[in-house]
Design a protein around this ligand. Structure first.
Ligand SMILES: [Zn+2]
Length: 51
């Protein structure tokens, strides 16, 4: 997955992270459509490579 604007793989999506008591860590429950590129430092669209 890469940023549609600059091609960087340094991208994130909004998500819910749920606390997992047994693992004592955060587990991603749901990933939302809103995307952020850390290279562009802004909102972006994420595209899959190789499809
Ligand atoms: Zn970008």
């Amino acid at each position: 997955m890469v940023c549609a604007t600059c091609g960087s793989a340094d991208v994130s999506r909004d998500a819910w992270g749920d606390w997992d008591v047994a693992a004592q860590g955060w587990v991603v429950r749901t990933v939302f459509d809103s995307a952020h590129c850390h290279a562009c430092d802004g909102e972006t669209r994420i595209v899959a490579l190789g499809d």
